[in-house]
Design a protein around this ligand. Sequence first.
Ligand SMILES: Nc1nc2c(ncn2[C@@H]2O[C@H](COP(=O)(O)OP(=O)(O)OP(=O)(O)O)[C@@H](O)[C@H]2O)c(=O)[nH]1
Length: 303
Amino acid sequence: MTNYKSGFVTLLGRPNVGKSTLINKLIGEKITITSPVAQTTRNKLKGILTTKFGQIIFVDTPGVHKPHHLLGEILVKNAKSAINGVDMVVLVLDSSVEPGRGDEYIKDFLVANKTEFIVALNKWDLVNKEFKSLRLDQYRKVFGNSKNFQIVSASEGDGCSELIDIILNFLPIGPMLYEEETICDQPLDNLLADLVREQVLINTREEVPHSVAVNIEKIKEIKRDKGKNFTAILATIIVERTSQKGILIGKKGSMLKTIGQSARSNMKKLINGPVHLELFVKVVPNWRKKESKLMELGYEVDY
Ligand SMILES: Nc1nc2c(ncn2[C@@H]2O[C@H](COP(=O)(O)OP(=O)(O)OP(=O)(O)O)[C@@H](O)[C@H]2O)c(=O)[nH]1
């Protein structure tokens, strides 16, 4: 008789608490987009972790794209769709700040829905030594003293293997649902596009906001008789306004170069081989309003 565990797990939490960073760390490959700008997660991503003891399928949640006064309502709406069909939830909290209403909303919602959840208190590395015990008390007051409360630092990796053990403990007994070597069910071009979009957000911050999309036009394996083979990737960054195109290209192309270099370096890690990346910027006015364009770019319009 086998005790193998498997199941679907979703990470819930306010924007920017580190959900994507945590999934990446738990799985050990860069598969989701992370940036210091809130609301970077667009599509639901699954990252798959297979261990000797079980298989955890992580479902990422979309970020919040609505004005602040709606935040509570939207968090709950997102939470509702995210918990659909999952076995358990990891509630991710940002310990570098005090517990907030948004965190409580989600907890109350989970309790009301009788959803199994554990707490991952993230960004512990950012809490000053002398404040650590106070901060822990503040969070325990709101989120309870249960043993299913794990302190982690997603960027450092601290507490992650303990978190995996807690999750596996919670999951039901079940078979391996994906082949052992699968880490993500997203097509490669989505992952590559996200790596470019991530660098646009990191490097331009508020100047080029969320009205940016990336389309992977071509991925080609180039075989060379002499020297190494490489993957050639052609990508277009789509913006809504000419002014945004200017910002993205930068002085003498400097911004586009920076974006391209960083995106390429992450692509190399993802593909596990040399990459040649060519980037173009294209203005498509109001692309967000054009649903066919959205679908062509692979977005799930689910809100
Ligand atoms: N110092 C520190 N920074 C972290 C940690 N975890 C995440 N971050 C940073 O916090 C920022 C937000 O992380 P994300 O993983 O994009 O957050 P998210 O919750 O997925 O954000 P949304 O997509 O907006 O929902 C990034 O700059 C991360 O590098 C951590 O444990 N320590």
